[in-house]
Design a protein around this ligand. Structure first.
Ligand code: APR
Ligand code: PHB
Length: 386
């Protein structure tokens, strides 16, 4: 088999890339380890920056997103019995949209299948070869057959544990990591959200977040131990923690329960030879700033443009600047996510100085429009640097 771009991974990064390339007349093959049902039901975060919504809309993927997505003009911070609204729209002129990541994935899978171009699910043994040459290859097994895909370029969109980053020569890579001493326990509950907007709470017992998926579905998170087990969290304990940390929340049947680890991670550079990493394959953020999917979308915008210049005009300049362009945004997203995480969580080693500084930070936000504007412009998404 032969294609122009071999894409490993059908998460938001791989699927959006395949779609943007198709619209630019560039051929690709997408290889995904999981089944279609698996990727379409995997529950992840669900907050899109205005720029991500614009990108999906311009790509013709915005129809259901605009119909079902919930547009938010603000958010609320709760701490020490206080409530502070951040008027995102008033401060920046931009909004965010709540739309489950798996819904965006469903839209992108449907768009891909409509083009009739290859999207193979349940492939195994994916391995990359000759990435430093002009003729890289991917070998894999599909429906019991060993296959080889010859490409001009490989896009590693295979998330944090995929084979693409591992195929980069370790001597050219630098890895940066921060692991946090806590995790998030998240539930999806059939209950009316308590507010139209998201509520982020700092409490002495730990962080909590009230978000939503629809008028009838609440998505709620509480800080838990990094090695916690959902078995330690019967529904009654979760509701109690939510009531303590957030105030009254509406209870309802818990439809799903899971633990999300908290990690900041960046791999540099994001390109070696003809292999380009995008999304979680290159960087992970803790979910507090809701930047994960948005950074993946931003990488893919840059990559699609670079590959279009390459395949149309043989111009490699945007490919050469791909890594630096993406990393500039990635590190700002990392900084913001790390800062929001530190401000809102209780670190397990009780450190009274740290606690005071974080409370001062929240009080500063309450008293300063400049501080709120800074939070808001990062939360709604910095402008694309293109
Ligand atoms: N072979 C083929 N596919 C693979 C392999 C492999 N060996 N390993 C992983 N994959 C697939 C995964 O099954 C997954 O569907 O790659 C895909 C990667 O998708 P995501 O993890 O969703 O990553 P990405 O597309 O970069 O999207 C980033 O996802 O994890 C969230 O918070 C993150 O919201 C962010 C977004
Ligand atoms: C979500 O809706 O799942 C969500 C929203 C905001 C976050 C994290 C998760 O910061």
């Amino acid at each position: 088999m032969r294609t122009q771009v071999g894409i490993i991974g059908a998460g938001p990064a791989g699927l959006l890339l395949a779609h943007l390339l198709h619209r630019a007349g560039i051929d690709s093959v997408v290889l995904e380890r999981q089944s279609r049902a698996h990727i379409e039901t995997r529950i992840r975060a669900g907050l899109l920056e205005q720029g991500s919504v614009d990108t999906l809309t311009e790509a013709g993927l915005g129809e259901r997103l605009h119909r079902e997505g919930l547009k938010h003009d603000g958010l609320e911070l709760r701490f020490a019995g206080r409530n502070q609204r951040i008027d995102l729209f008033g401060l920046t002129g931009k909004r965010v949209t709540i739309y489950g990541q798996q819904e965006a994935v469903k839209d992108m899978v449907a768009a891909r299948l409509e083009t009739g171009r290859p999207l193979h699910f349940e492939v195994s043994d994916v391995a990359l070869h000759d990435i430093a040459s002009k003729t890289p290859r991917i070998t894999f097994t599909h429906e019991g057959q060993a296959q080889e895909l010859r490409c001009d370029v490989i896009a590693g969109c295979d998330g944090s544990h995929g084979p693409a980053r591992a195929a980069m020569p370790p001597e050219v890579m630098r890895l940066y990591e921060r692991v946090y001493p806590f995790a998030w326990l998240g539930i999806l509950a059939e209950a009316k959200p308590i507010s139209h907007e998201l509520i982020y709470a700092r409490h002495e017992e730990g962080f909590a977040l009230a978000t939503m998926r629809s008028e009838r579905l609440s998505r709620l998170y509480v800080q838990c131990a990094p090695d916690d087990d959902v078995a330690n969290w019967p529904d009654s304990r979760i509701w109690e923690a939510l009531h303590t940390r957030l105030g009254r929340v509406n209870e309802g049947p818990v439809l799903q329960k899971g633990i999300t680890a908290m990690r900041s991670f960046v791999a540099e550079p994001m390109r070696h030879g003809r292999l380009f990493l995008a999304g979680d394959a290159a960087h992970i953020v803790p979910p507090t700033g809701a930047k994960g999917m948005n950074l993946a979308v931003a990488d893919v915008r840059v990559l699609a443009r670079a590959l279009t210049a390459f395949f149309r005009e043989g111009d490699e300049r945007l490919m050469d600047s791909y890594s630096a362009t993406c990393l500039s945004r990635v590190w700002k997203g990392q900084r913001f996510s790390w800062w929001m995480t530190a401000m809102l969580h209780r670190f397990s080693v009780a450190d009274p100085f740290e606690h005071r500084v974080r409370m001062a930070e929240l009080e500063y936000l309450c008293g300063s429009e400049a501080a709120r504007r800074s939070l808001a412009e990062q939360y709604v998404g910095l402008p694309f640097d293109e």
